[in-house]
Design a protein. Structure first.
Lengths: 95, 475
């Protein structure tokens, strides 16, 4: 057992026992299977059919990338805000 | 910190840009895809009043069926019956004769109004032409029926013994439900599905009635709807041809050989939102440009357009498989090879040394160990980090990413699109985009110019959004 192993095992322990359990596997009443069924069902074909026309006028790939960037940025932002709020709530700073 | 009106305007501008952007994105969803089948009807062009006599609808005497604008599914009109009578009231229409297809309709009904036992809300029938006796014969009977003992509406059908078979015991009233019947006349059977958009599944195949007419009837060609003792709305009657596995309908091909034999491409991915569901399927062959960079990703052989590129990839082969010309195919469904082992340090063997050398050797190994974790620990760390992929929100995000990627792959570059607006068929032609124009002495297609311009229009509001987003952190 070397020092790097000990450090990494400590990080793994923190990740597995403290960080990972914070994240739920899925949202209650809206499972990942439901989400996938929704996306991969009629919606996907409707989108593909509808966007086939728009593809001639717009850079659809760019639009997808921008939507994903906005989506991810907003989730991260509100995640951080929620974390700070909870920390302040526990600290009792009156946030 | 106070928000100035100037900042508000900036934010409103961003929101407005986003709303406009999304509205533009979503506009085609208000246009319904056209279908072929025995019957399409949305009642929009009819006059309010009796349905029988309009649009080739016929009724059984005084049918009670009306065209109304009180509860449409789409547009402003729907077929409506308010039959307090205990007699069955039906209307029917002859369409195009088909041996296979899907006939769907949307239904909506209110609380029980009385009259009749049982109460239908409504029941549909498919009819076939008996060319020996020259009459239309009903082949099945399915729909919504009220169960007075449970006081619930049921979705089901009448079996060969005329017994009601329940497929869904509780269908909500005052909401629109889609009812689909896929018919397969050559095999004398049909199957049913309720609420497709909410994930409804097909029933098992059900035999048509009157087997002894089988030889006299070649197709399904008419649709009948009837109601008894109930207030019912019917709208968006739509017929579709059941697609077969062929180019243009690649996604319905179910296995690799079938898929590739018609010129489609079979793909599979190790994971798309985790290893819970290995994902594979059939897709249209790549067309147009822009796909070349996909060649080289595991199991995406179809994007390698030359033999050299193809054969350089893992699990790809350049062959003429089904007399469709030489193409790049996945060899066999297989997952990418395991990742190579991590490069780890080699430690000195201290066992056979004397005590002082052993200590020095041990310390040397410890110094190396600061920077060189063991293989086992690295794999464990990788597995732990991978575990985040299966946690919310990362699994939902990767699923959404996969959704967008699959749409990107599904897009077709046809220059002509058939569609319907409020039931009127039309065609959109994009040939004009190939026109070559000269800008600043450089020749460029009109399509590219429009795309570049629209890209600029999209990037500008996005930049404004990003600036506003970054500024949020300094509030």
């Amino acid at each position: 057992m070397y020092i790097a192993d000990i450090v990494l095992k400590f990080i793994i322990f923190i990740l597995q026992k403290i960080i990972l359990p914070i994240f739920p596997n899925e949202v209650a009443d809206f499972s990942i299977v439901q989400w996938n069924t929704f996306l991969q069902g009629t919606l996907r074909h409707n989108f593909a059919w509808a966007l086939s026309g728009m593809n001639a006028f717009f850079n659809i790939q760019l639009i997808f990338i921008l939507i994903l960037v906005i989506f991810t940025a907003e989730i991260c932002y509100w995640g951080v805000r929620a974390g700070i709020f909870i920390i302040n709530l526990i600290r009792g700073s009156g946030a | 910190m106070f928000v100035t009106s100037f900042q508000k305007k900036n934010l409103y501008g961003v929101i407005l840009s986003l709303i406009l952007g999304f509205s533009t994105l979503l506009y085609p969803f208000f246009i319904s895809a056209s279908g072929e089948g025995i019957l399409d009807d949305d009642f929009e062009t009819y006059n309010l009043g009796d349905l029988a006599g309009q649009g080739d609808w016929s009724g059984d005497g005084d049918t009670f069926w009306k065209v109304a604008d009180t509860r449409p599914h789409k547009g402003v009109k729907s077929a409506y019956i308010d039959s307090y009578s205990d007699l069955t009231k039906g209307v029917w229409k002859i369409g195009e004769e088909k041996s296979t297809g899907i006939q769907s309709a949307w239904v909506n009904f209110s609380e029980v109004k009385g009259g009749g036992n049982p109460i239908f809300s409504p029941v549909f029938e498919l009819l076939g032409w008996d060319h020996v006796s020259d009459v239309w014969r009903w082949l099945n009977s399915y729909g919504i029926k009220f169960n007075s003992s449970t006081s619930k509406w049921e979705f089901g059908y009448y079996d060969l013994n005329n017994q009601w078979v329940v497929l869904d015991p509780d269908v909500s009233q005052d909401e629109w439900h889609s009812i689909e019947a896929e018919f397969d006349e050559p095999n004398w059977q049909y199957r049913l599905r309720l609420d497709t958009l909410e994930g409804g599944d097909w029933s098992d195949w059900i035999p048509f009635h009157f087997d002894y007419y089988k030889d006299y009837i070649d197709s399904v060609g008419a649709f009948r709807m009837e109601s008894r003792g109930q207030e019912v709305w019917v709208d968006t009657i739509d017929g579709e041809v059941v697609p077969v596995c062929e180019l243009g309908h690649c996604s319905i091909c179910t296995y690799q050989e079938q898929c590739e034999s018609v010129g489609c491409f079979w793909w599979f991915e190790e994971e798309w939102y985790g290893k819970l569901y290995p994902w594979e399927g059939c897709s249209e062959p790549p067309s147009g440009g822009g796909w070349e960079e996909e060649c080289g990703a595991f199991n995406k052989c179809q994007y390698c357009l030359t033999q050299e590129l193809c054969e350089a990839q893992w699990n790809c082969e350049w062959v003429n498989k089904y007399d469709l010309g030489e193409k790049c195919y996945n060899k066999m469904p297989a997952y990418p090879p395991e990742q190579e082992e991590w490069q780890t340090c080699e430690f000195d063997d201290c066992e056979e040394l004397g005590l002082p050398e052993k200590w020095i050797c041990f310390l040397g190994n410890q110094m190396k160990g600061i920077f060189c974790p063991s293989q086992e620990t690295l794999v464990s760390l990788q597995d732990t980090l991978n575990s985040f992929k299966y946690k919310f929100p990362f699994n939902y995000l990767s699923s959404t990413t996969y959704f967008f990627n699959s749409i990107k792959n599904d897009l077709n570059d046809e220059k002509e699109i058939d569609f319907k607006i409020w039931g009127k068929p039309a065609t959109m032609n994009f040939d004009f985009l190939d026109m070559v124009v000269k800008v600043g002495g450089v020749e460029e297609t009109l399509g590219n110019l429009i795309k570049d311009f629209s890209t600029l229009l999209i990037v500008i509001p996005f930049s404004v959004y990003m600036v506003a987003f970054i500024k949020r952190f300094w509030r």
